[in-house]
Design a protein around this ligand. Structure first.
Ligand code: NI
Ligand code: MN
Length: 236
């Protein structure tokens, strides 16, 4: 078991990550839970979720947003157009932001950062514009700084994330096809300068072929630890 100060980080599967801070704030990044095929059948839903961060509008990221709202009534953070769509569906507590901006919620300061991907919401047979895709940097009191890149290709401005925030832990997609694969993700980990990389967004569907073993090969000798969680497993 890795020690992680007082915080718990659970990989629910695919891109969904659940955080519980030492002070008790419960944060879900990307609400895709029960309908997520990577989410273990015996997964225990948390008692509460205070804050939900949405990286972009694709169904494998916000597919359970409305169900999570109905059950937990959390505050949803996302890019402006995406939270506007959530509001149109009846979500009451939203914080619409844009790239480069920060928002403070209890013991967490989060910053919305760039991602290179697309973002549209499938709604009743049409695709609704959902703004730009995003990643998040979370600076939590007394904890290592965390970066969740969302779905993204590699881009060289990830080096700015290192300059500005120096995240210790990075959740990075490695599956390939819809995002970067292991070779590019290894470079992303070096660009952001993390000490620990948690591979996500792989294995859920057959086309997501990247593996943590490949990520590890590409990071050989780089002093970046690959933390190969299984869906449902936690760092604490
Ligand atoms: Ni996507
Ligand atoms: Mn995705």
């Amino acid at each position: 078991m890795q020690h992680f100060h007082g915080m718990t980080l659970q990989w629910v599967g695919h891109a969904s990550v659940l955080l519980q801070t030492k002070k008790g704030t419960s944060i879900l990044i990307d609400p895709w839970l029960e309908s997520n095929p990577a989410c273990p059948k015996d997964w225990k839903a948390p008692k509460k979720i205070d804050l939900v961060l949405c990286t972009h509008g694709h169904g494998d990221h916000i597919g359970d947003a409305l169900a999570v709202d109905a059950k937990y009534h959390p505050t949803f953070v996302g890019i402006y157009e995406l939270t506007g769509w959530l509001t149109s569906k009846g979500v009451k507590k939203t914080v619409g932001m844009n790239l480069g901006g920060s928002y403070r919620f209890q013991d967490v300061k989060l910053t919305m950062v760039e991602a290179r991907h697309s973002s549209g919401i499938e709604d009743n047979g049409t695709i609704v514009y959902a703004g730009e895709p995003a990643g998040y940097v979370l600076e939590i009191e007394g904890e290592p700084t965390l970066y969740h890149s969302g779905d993204t290709a590699l881009f060289s401005d990830m080096q700015l994330i290192r300059e500005l925030y120096a995240p210790e832990i990075a959740c990075l997609p490695i599956g390939d096809h819809f995002t970067m694969g292991p070779r590019a993700a290894a470079m992303a980990a070096q660009y952001v300068g993390c000490g620990k990389a948690i591979p996500i967004h792989y294995g859920t569907f057959p086309v997501l072929t990247g593996t943590p073993a490949e990520l590890r090969e590409h990071l050989a000798g780089k002093k970046i630890e690959v933390i190969d969680l299984k869906p449902g497993e936690s760092l604490q």
